[in-house]
Structures are given as C-alpha cells and as structure tokens.
Unconditional design. Structure first.
Length: 115
C-alpha cells in the first residue's frame, strides 16, 4: 500500500473534526507568534512504534504580508521520530497548522540569593 507524502496537517480542520476532544489556541494567538517560540504541529504517517504524529518545532522566522503570516522553524523533535522525510531540519507553515503553543516563561533571576 502506498501512502501520500507526509505533510503538516491543518490544525483548524483537525479541531473542527475532533471538537471538543481536540482544541487549538485562537487564531489571533497562532498568527502572532514570534521567533523563539515553540509550537506543536501534526504530521501524519503510517502507524508506527517508533514514529509520532506530533512534531515540536521552534520558530526561527516570521513573515507577515497583509493578512497572510508564514513561519519558518527548526525541528526540536528528532526527525527519525517523525513522519517527515529523513534529513528534514526546517519546516514552513502558517497559523492554521499550529496545534499548540508552548508557554513562554520569563528567565529566572540567577542573581537572586536563596534564603
């Protein structure tokens, strides 16, 4: 059986299809992401013990042109654990593909003394 090439899934379609079990951040949040932020994307492929559908990436660039926003990101999930082609280190996607956003935390103050 031949499978189509793996591709980043549209999280908005997944959320519509699997509501209320699958929810995504609102569109405004997904369109306002900045370089440095980490997000989860879904890339489906054949079921496997060694590969997962969820791919964590870190945004390295953001392009906004009117109502269109595009991101470039590097993989944080090892590619061999995903359905992406071997050798993939970077992906491009839009807000519609973002399934979850990792919380940005303020850096801890390293100069603070503990009592």
């Amino acid at each position: 059986m031949e499978f189509p090439e793996p591709r980043i899934q549209n999280a908005e379609h997944l959320a519509d299809h699997h509501h209320p079990r699958f929810e995504i951040p609102d569109r405004e949040e997904r369109a306002g992401l900045q370089p440095g932020q980490a997000v989860d994307l879904y890339v489906y492929g054949p079921k496997s013990e060694t590969r997962q559908d969820t791919v964590k990436v870190r945004i390295t660039a953001r392009r906004a042109d009117g109502s269109t926003t595009r991101y470039t990101a590097t993989l944080e999930t090892p590619v061999e654990q995903t359905h992406l082609p071997t050798g993939t280190t970077e992906v491009e996607f839009g807000p519609e593909h973002v399934a979850s956003v990792y919380v940005v935390r303020e850096p801890k103050n390293r100069n603070r003394k503990s009592k």
